[in-house]
Design a protein around this ligand. Structure first.
Ligand SMILES: [Mn+2]
Length: 354
């Protein structure tokens, strides 16, 4: 069933109308991307309100909502609400500022605006479970970053700076996708102890770990991967640390399937690292959902009690960071299935030397 149709069916009795403003939410429901727009949903149908810039294009492509051109947004919303006998309206509490909310109340005073999180919750729920088309788009997006990794292995060598490598990764992604899903992280040597360090002018030296974390946006959908490689020779300690992180990740990859609670998956890896006395060294969550946004529900962390469902797409990215010495992270992007996972990341995870 169409997601917008599904949303209309689930509107609670006491609500008659919804206003959806946030760009990715609008895109999710209508498959139409625009910087400005308003999706108005009533129990009868959905309306996408656009200005002159987008109207003609949307009219041609949007199938599941009536596309309307507006000059005065509030007048247009009033028309729709009157026609469809709306009195109680929900807006997105996550995105609507207090100022904006007051404006709705003032400009559309005959309607009753409510601030409850039902709308935000249901949108997050919907978006966390991907359709087959969405999975396909994320898969294609991930293929670009796998190719970017292969490309960077040819390029990377001692003497190049973190910034040069980050730029090379980003250029590759820009040539092969719509954009990057976040600025590429490339850190080396001591800088690898910072999970989200910024690429610097530091050049790669013998014995450095190099952690590269990057992603693409293709057809609106994000991808995300991390690999850590080694320059020259690695110490026994580096080999050992790499092995622990990799087996921690493998543990989670073997276990993840529909029905597990997110925080339990995180705990599994956390407990495994504890066996090696690493606790503080794994200071971030195990993973996060990926879709139209690079970070979205569900989160594989200590607090997320979401139960994994088939076709949720999550990263699995354990890391260990030894303060001001070194660190490493390995990240794959996977689709949750009934009996396991589909790993979208194809790049090798053996410790690669350059
Ligand atoms: Mn990630």
């Amino acid at each position: 069933m169409d997601v917008l149709e599904k949303l209309i069916r689930e509107i609670p009795d006491e609500i008659d109308g919804l206003i959806i403003k946030e760009g990715q939410n609008r895109r999710y429901f209508t498959n139409f991307s625009s910087t400005e727009g308003t999706l108005v949903v009533t129990k009868k149908r959905a309306y996408l309100l656009l200005d002159f810039r987008y109207f003609e294009m949307a009219k041609k492509t949007v199938k599941n909502a009536e596309v309307l051109l507006y000059n005065n947004l509030y007048e247009k919303i009033r028309e729709i609400f009157k026609k469809d006998s709306v009195s109680n309206v929900l807006v997105e509490t996550n995105y609507v500022s207090i100022k904006q909310f007051k404006e709705y109340e003032e400009k559309l005073e005959e309607f009753n605006f409510k601030q409850v999180s039902w709308l935000d919750d249901i949108i997050l729920n919907f978006r966390s479970v991907k359709t087959e088309e969405e999975v396909e788009k994320i898969k294609k997006s991930q293929e670009v970053v796998d190719a970017a990794f292969a490309h960077i292995l040819d390029y990377i060598k001692k003497g190049l700076t973190e910034k040069q490598i980050a730029r090379e990764i980003e250029n590759f992604i820009l040539d092969n996708a719509q954009g990057v899903s976040f600025p590429a992280i490339v850190v080396s040597g001591k800088n690898t102890s910072l999970p989200h360090g910024k690429p610097s002018h530091k050049a790669l030296e013998d014995g450095d770990f190099v952690t590269m974390d990057f992603g693409a946006v293709l057809d609106g959908y994000c991808s995300d991967m991390t690999r850590t490689i080694c320059v020259g020779k690695s110490s026994d300690f580096q080999k050992e640390l790499y092995k622990i992180v990799l087996s921690g990740q493998q543990l989670a990859l073997n276990k993840i399937k529909e029905g597990l609670v997110c925080s339990d998956v995180d705990l599994l890896v956390r407990d495994y690292f504890k066996e090696f006395s690493y606790v503080e060294e794994f200071g971030h969550g195990l993973g996060h959902g990926v879709g139209l946004n690079i970070h979205e529900d569900p989160y594989l962390n200590k607090v997320c009690k979401t139960v994994l469902k088939e076709n949720m797409v999550v990263t699995v990215e354990p890391g260990l960071y030894i303060s001001s010495k070194m660190g490493l992270r390995i990240e794959d992007l996977v689709v949750v299935k009934k009996e396991g996972i589909l790993n979208l990341t194809k790049s090798s995870k053996e410790l690669i030397y350059v």
